[in-house]
Write a protein that binds this ligand. Structure first.
Ligand code: NAD
Length: 281
């Protein structure tokens, strides 16, 4: 059911690679709610992924952009403004990648060139996008910028590796720039800290399936899906959340405030049953 929350609004959505992508669902929901969107991804992702199919379906423009390259972002913002006929209202940064995770480097044995890439792609690019939008005065007053984060920014999750450091930086950028852009133009900047979600990026994390299961058992409302996340993003782009800024918003079925759930501890206890039955193994 649509609520027309984004009627007349326009925005850029980064990161829709395939139909599992969180950004894919956000783009679909945003258009369903009345928005016009410009989609963006790296030239490589545009070749290998399905972004163009989504663009056809949503009747939207696709502009290639490596979000670590300021010249690419400049070009994207200019093309989006030409396309929309002026300023626009929202940006979704749904970008993450760690070469250390991809190459299986342990956190105690990081490759520092890879670490620099992780931070640039997954966090500093957020700053680059916001800075470029601001310099081009691209956003309307009361515009909304969102990044996607994970609770590993606050707590240790084995296997999340240097992405945890990237997410901490991402959340910090939302606060630091949120102050500046808020004072000047009433533009709000937030991050949404999402449950583990089955996507191409998610599946790169070591032990991801077990993490999804653990988190499902720990969260009173269960994990939030990509579709649930899209709903939250739409609300955050809408005029209903004008005074929310500089926040990291947990969207995780309650996981981040849990200590131990009954469902999780029962599962944990099962692992001791074998020990009791086979004391001499
Ligand atoms: N999947 C999860 O469990 C989960 C949980 C919390 C937060 N997140 C975050 O959600 C966001 C979206 O990830 P997803 O899970 O939808 O996976 P995804 O793989 O579908 O999306 C990641 C996107 O980042 C893009 N990207 C990579 N390098 C880029 C660059 N240099 N410039 C521009 N784009 C680039 C990829 O092409 C891809 O489209 C990421 O920030 C991710 O960390 C994911």
């Amino acid at each position: 059911m649509a609520y027309n929350l984004l009627t007349g609004k326009k925005g850029i959505i980064f990161g829709a690679l395939n139909e599992m992508s969180i950004a894919w669902k956000v783009a679909e929901k945003a258009v369903e709610e009345g928005a016009q969107v410009v989609l963006s991804n790296t030239p490589m992702a545009l070749r290998m992924g399905d972004t163009n199919q989504l663009a056809e379906k949503l009747n939207s423009l696709v502009v290639p952009c490596d979000a670590t390259e300021v010249d690419d972002i400049e070009n994207l913002i200019k093309e989006a403004m030409d396309h929309f006929g002026g300023k626009f209202d929202f940006i979704l940064h749904s970008i993450g990648m760690s070469p250390n995770v991809r190459k299986g480097r342990h956190y105690s044995d990081l490759d520092y060139n890879f670490l620099a890439k992780t931070l640039d792609i997954s966090a500093v690019s957020f700053h680059k996008v916001i800075q470029t939008a601001r310099k081009n005065d691209a956003l309307n007053e009361w515009g909304s910028i969102l990044g996607l984060s994970y609770v590993a920014a606050q707590r240790t999750f084995y296997g999340y590796n240097d992405m945890a450091d990237a997410k901490s930086l991402l959340e910090s950028i939302a606060r630091s720039f949120g102050y500046i852009y808020g004072r000047e133009k009433n533009v709000r900047i937030n991050t949404i800290s999402q449950s583990p979600t089955q996507t191409t990026a998610g599946q790169g994390v070591k032990g991801f399936d077990k993490l999804v299961d653990f988190s499902e058992r720990m969260s009173p409302l269960g994990n939030a899906s990509a579709d649930d996340c899209a709903n939250y993003c739409v609300v955050m782009f809408s005029d209903l959340t004008k005074k929310v800024t500089m926040q990291n918003l947990f969207h995780d079925g309650g996981f981040s405030n849990m200590g131990m759930s009954l469902r999780a501890i029962e599962q944990y206890n099962k692992s001791f049953e074998y020990d009791k039955e086979h004391p001499f193994d």
